[in-house]
Design a protein around this ligand. Structure first.
Ligand SMILES: [Zn+2]
Length: 362
């Protein structure tokens, strides 16, 4: 697998938050992830061998489950949004490369081995994960532990050439970032960020730590900030996973989370509240630090829409929201094939997975 033969056009497109993940197969996505490590200069700066990076990404791929939402494609989307934001706000000129490496790798690993059932289910059903982590962010703790399981193996440890001190800093950073994706900590983290914003200082480690947590949170819930034809299928995937959980909760006699209940939720209703009360407030604070993100204009649009219309205007609202990541050209279509003959030997099996009659033996 090599990223060298990925065209310049694709490399530039990959840096834009309007990137369409649905145009790419998993084997190609692996190469695109490699391009991100290459184009942020991580390969040379941190002396990462290409075959180790390839093995790391392959192990990551294997440890994402085939579930409707929290799968390998979600891992890619979150990582790609992180990558796009790094370029959009020119973060390379503001913080150390090692922090960028932490942020990108955290995004890659942030939902490893997700089972499709959220923390509330884990805790109510007293699953193995809830028991192991004493009900404290069971999933996020698990994602992080799986990440370091992969990194413990020398052949897939992309940090193996780094001095112990740097490894320690990276480990601490990745743990912080992945644990920050637990939505029950949303308000706590957002309030921390708001408090430091007026005096934000890129040379202050505590400030940078909070920014890194905010960045992975923004990336994690950024589907609604993507073009409509990219975001729409993701909402279906999310609701499918929610409904699977609530069906299971009903079967097992566990409390059913209302926003996951197929009898209570509709597509628009599931999104308006989330966009207004979770996504907007988060994006707005990030835009306060990086004015080029221009979130304010569409907050006003949103308010106008809500005043004039009943709650079921989410289509229009989400359309507005997508202007958040404007300016890039989303019309680029995937080239016929960027990576013929460049994939990991085992990846050939993966491309067969799309064929209904082939059962891969991975
Ligand atoms: Zn996620």
């Amino acid at each position: 697998m090599s990223s060298l033969e990925v065209s310049e056009e694709v490399r530039q497109y990959l840096k834009t938050p309007t990137f369409d993940n649905w145009q790419w197969e998993d084997a190609e996505i692996m190469v695109l992830l490699q391009v991100m490590y290459t184009d942020l200069d991580f390969i040379s700066t941190f002396n990462i061998e290409l075959d180790v990076l390839q093995q790391f990404l392959y192990e990551v791929y294997r440890r994402y489950n085939n579930i409707p939402f929290h799968n390998f494609k979600h891992c890619f989307c979150v990582t790609q949004m992180m990558y796009g934001l790094i370029w959009l706000i020119d973060l390379r000129s503001k913080i150390d490369s090692i922090d960028l490496l932490i942020m990108l790798t955290s995004a890659v690993c942030h939902d490893l081995d997700h089972t499709g059932y959220n923390n509330a289910y884990q805790i109510n059903a007293r699953t193995e994960l809830a028991l192991r982590y004493n009900d404290i962010s069971p999933l996020e703790n698990h994602h992080c532990a799986v990440a370091f399981e992969i990194l413990e193996k020398s052949e897939s440890n992309i940090f193996r050439n780094l001095p112990t001190e740097q490894y320690k800093r990276i480990r601490e950073g990745i743990i912080k970032c992945i644990l920050a994706t637990d939505m029950t900590r949303h308000t706590e983290i957002l309030n921390k960020f708001k408090a430091i914003l007026p005096v934000f200082d890129f040379s202050n480690k505590d400030h940078r730590d909070v920014l890194m947590m905010i960045m992975i949170k923004v990336s994690d819930i950024s589907n609604e900030a993507r073009p409509m034809d990219v975001a729409e299928p993701w909402l279906d995937c999310l609701l499918q996973e929610f409904f699977n959980q609530s069906d299971m909760e009903k079967l097992e006699g566990l409390p059913v989370t209302p926003f996951m209940d197929r009898d209570k939720v509709t597509k628009p209703s599931s999104q308006t509240g989330f966009i207004r009360f979770v996504l907007f407030p988060l994006f707005i604070e990030l835009a306060n630090l990086f004015p080029c993100l221009e979130v304010r204009t569409f907050l006003e649009d949103l308010t106008c829409l809500e005043l004039r219309s009943p709650p079921c205007v989410s289509q229009k609202i989400t359309a507005r929201l997508r202007t958040f990541v404007s300016q890039s050209d989303s019309s680029i279509k995937r080239p016929c094939s960027i990576i013929k003959g460049l994939v990991h030997p085992k990846m050939k099996i993966m491309s067969l997975m799309t064929h209904p009659h082939v059962v891969p033996n991975l």
